[in-house]
Design a protein around this ligand. Structure first.
Ligand code: BTN
Length: 254
């Protein structure tokens, strides 16, 4: 069946034909109905899809729009590490479905690049309780399977354009959820280090000069590392500078 999906144990998937935003809907469920960790919302289209930094995420039929609820017992500082799981899970899933021949990379902080064009993006939203521990984390991920927006600042693409193979949406959702659950378990058991290493192994621009836009300023430096709070570590002259938020631009030829 076109939309039949097996889910990992402890996860509960709800498929929606159309919704404003799976992140917004899941946040509502987390707050008003106190639903438990592992609730997944998958929408076939979104009418008010959200990207990072207040941007719109164009969400036509044919792509994946999916949010997962986590309730880790940690501070929001540590929970920010969950933001790295979706892109890694998507890379593992694309590899499994299409083969290792593709050029799949991560763009800091949470984007997925295919042949150096954006094919997926992550939107993590978190709320902490009064004692500073996390109440909920909603991990939203969008993956372009059959269409992509035109005229984006950073070039975008979709799997159909890059891969000579038809991809079944339900198979991709299933693999993604199993990989995400596996990574979440690894993170809970062993912390951020194994996740950080997986991310760095496919990070685009590592040890190369990159530009980062911080508001209206740009900073350039050599992208050296990913810190334990998910910041990017840039070597700028003789110092190491931590970047907690910003937009990365690669220098041509890199
Ligand atoms: C970005 O790269 O700017 C993040 C894009 C995140 C898009 C996903 S689609 C599912 C979930 N619901 C949303 O409204 N946004 C995220």
């Amino acid at each position: 069946m076109e939309h039949e999906v097996n889910v990992p144990s402890g996860y509960h998937l709800v498929l929606l034909n159309s919704i404003g935003s799976t992140n917004d809907e899941l946040k509502k469920l987390a707050i008003s109905e106190n639903v438990s960790e592992g609730r997944v919302l998958w929408a076939l289209e979104q009418t008010a899809g959200k990207g990072r930094n207040g941007r719109e995420w164009i969400s036509n039929l044919g792509n994946i729009y999916l949010s997962v609820l986590f309730r880790p017992k940690c501070s929001s500082y540590i929970a920010a590490q969950i933001g790295f799981l979706p892109a890694i899970a998507a890379l593992m899933s694309i590899d499994a479905m299409v083969g290792r021949s593709l050029e799949i990379r991560f763009k800091w902080p949470n984007d997925l690049l295919l042949n150096l064009k954006k094919v997926g993006g992550t939107l993590i939203e978190t709320r902490s309780g009064k004692d500073g521990t996390v109440d909920w984390v909603v991990a939203g991920f969008g993956l372009n399977l059959t269409n992509h927006p035109e005229q984006t600042t950073f070039p975008a693409t979709c799997l159909r354009l890059e891969v000579n193979k038809s991809i079944q949406i339900n198979k991709m959702v299933e693999l993604y959820l199993f990989n995400l659950a596996k990574l979440y378990n690894i993170w809970q058991k062993n912390g951020f280090d194994p996740i950080r290493k997986k991310w760095l192994a496919s990070a685009h621009g590592l040890n190369e000069i990159i530009n980062v836009r911080l508001g209206s300023n740009y900073i350039s430096g050599i992208f050296r590392d990913l810190d334990e709070d998910g910041s990017m570590v840039l070597e700028t002259g003789s110092r190491l500078t931590k970047i907690t938020a910003g937009e990365v631009y690669y220098i041509e030829g890199n």
